[in-house]
Design a protein around this ligand. Structure first.
Ligand code: HEM
Length: 466
């Protein structure tokens, strides 16, 4: 059998694997309301490979066997396209976003963006991430319950704005912050999901409420690009941030990126949906696992954000708490998956959620056990919160580093505890999943004596009483 599937063996069944017989409209309701339990139920009934028919989104062959996931992620990228245009992300990100571009354009754009979210460039961001976290955490309520998710959204937004636009004057930054905050708040409202379900992505894109929040963001983002394009070339080159790089980028034929390209790319970066949700999850999990929290605190006091246990905590949070339960690919050649010859044109979906809960790979899969990632490295096709292959999240190192800097800074300064002892359940927001109480916590300043020097420095920087 060929790995990439153009050759199909004799024992293979032809056609799509079985799946629920419900009409596609009802499958859409199940998918939009309770996607995780829907996936789990289908796996119990049909096994690791099954077909969902979801009205307004398409037909997906769900893959929960790591061998199949590997086959899809390592397939020649020329045979794969992405089906995300049919989701809520389509209208938001725009067809010219790297996330939705097809090959060969996709890989060219990806090469332009990658250096900003990998390697050396990261070192320069660490200090800024810590400063932003200290400033923001310094303003969180003390001694009364509050929810983490909106704070985490503000925080990740503030950080990505600096990565994208560099140092901006306060007034411009404030304006952008306000517009992006309004867009995020609009997307967070659960009614939008029902609108999407009822209307489909195309009608959603022309919805007046949506237009009202997206247009000002587009204008402000493009204004930033225009300002950069007016700068003398040498000056523009000196600026390291993403917006300047894109403003001066040239395609192979020498043409600059169009304003539509730039709009779509910058909105893609600025919406940074999953990181704030995952940060909220990491606190939600840690606060319900006092031993893990104590071990982490002890490590942070010595190693800051660089310790192996913090890395394991971040990985375990991403394993257990879904950001995207599936990633999708459209196959342009027949492929053999799960014993079926899947025809060209089918959308296949490596299932992050189900792979991450396989007991053969993760014993006691529903438990939060960061130690598992100390004992065994995360597998390329079994730990897939960022997807895989040539479409793997291009900001994966950035997102993990941001999570580590935020967790270590917050824990260095604050004592947090969960207001309700019971675990929070995943609730679907427009783009990702968040704890249903949005991370309801109570904070008190961390006593100087047990947090040592790091906390003292933090208090000095913030001017917040210890
Ligand atoms: C913990 C946080 C994050 C998670 C869990 C996450 C997850 C994902 C996933 C599942 C994909 C699809 C991968 C695939 O189809 O194989 C993706 C793609 C992508 N992500 Fe992320 N992401 C995160 C943070 C970010 C951030 C902070 C940015 C940008 C600032 C970002 C930018 C992108 C882009 C541009 C793509 C498209 C890559 C391509 O198609 O080549 N992500 N991400």
């Amino acid at each position: 059998m060929s790995t990439h599937g153009s050759h199909i063996s004799h024992s293979t069944r032809i056609g799509l694997p079985p799946g629920p017989r419900l009409p596609s409209a009802l499958q859409a309701v199940a998918w939009l309301r309770r996607p995780l339990s829907f996936l789990e139920r289908c796996q119990r009934r049909y096994g690791d490979t099954f077909t969902l028919r979801v009205r307004n989104s398409g037909t997906w062959v769900i893959l929960a066997d790591p061998e199949d996931v590997k086959r899809v992620f390592t397939a020649e990228h020329a045979t794969l396209g992405v089906g995300l245009a049919n989701s809520i992300l389509g209208p938001l990100l725009g067809a010219r976003s790297v996330m939705l571009l097809e090959e060969p354009e996709h890989v060219r754009r990806r090469r332009l963006m990658l250096p900003h979210f990998h390697g050396e460039r990261m070192d320069g961001y660490a200090q800024m991430m810590v400063q932003v976290t200290r400033r923001q955490a310094g303003g969180w309520p003390v001694g009364e319950p509050f929810v983490l998710w909106p704070r985490m959204q503000e925080l990740t937004l503030e950080v990505i704005m600096r990565v994208v636009f560099g140092e901006l004057e306060d007034e411009r930054l404030g304006h952008l912050r306000k517009l992006l905050g309004e867009l995020t708040a609009w997307m967070n409202d659960p009614r939008r999901l029902r609108l999407l379900a009822a209307a489909g992505p195309r009608r959603f894109a022309t919805n007046t409420g949506y237009q009202k929040v997206i247009r000002p963001v587009e204008q402000a983002v493009l204004e930033q690009v225009r300002l950069r394009r007016e700068l003398p070339e040498a000056q523009l080159r000196e600026r390291a941030e993403v917006a300047s790089m894109l403003a001066e980028a040239r395609y192979e034929d020498g043409a600059p990126m169009t304003e539509q390209d730039l709009r779509d790319e910058l909105v893609t970066l600025l919406t940074d949906g999953p990181t704030s949700g995952l940060l909220t999850w990491s606190f939600e999990r840690l606060l319900r696992h006092p031993e893990a929290l104590a071990r982490l605190r002890a490590e942070i006091d010595i190693e800051g954000a660089d310790g192996p246990y913090l890395d394991a905590v971040v990985k375990e949070t991403m394993r257990l708490c879904p950001a995207a339960p599936i990633v999708v690919r459209r196959i342009l050649e027949p492929m053999e998956l799960g014993g079926y010859a899947i025809p060209a044109g089918t959308t296949v979906a490596p299932c992050v959620h189900l792979v991450h809960r396989r007991p053969d790979i993760y014993p006691a899969p529903l438990e939060f056990i960061p130690e598992r990632f100390l004992e065994r490295a995360a597998g390329t096709y079994t730990w897939i919160p960022f997807g895989g292959g040539v479409r793997r999240c291009l900001a994966a190192p950035y997102a993990q580093m941001l999570m580590k800097q935020v967790i270590s800074t917050v824990l260095g300064e604050l004592e947090l505890r969960a207001v309700k002892p019971a675990a929070e359940r995943p609730r679907k927001s427009a783009i990702t999943f968040v704890p249903h109480l949005q991370g309801l916590v109570l904070a008190t300043p961390r006593a100087k004596s047990d947090s040592g020097e790091r906390a003292e420095t933090a208090v000095e920087v913030d001017g917040r009483a210890g």
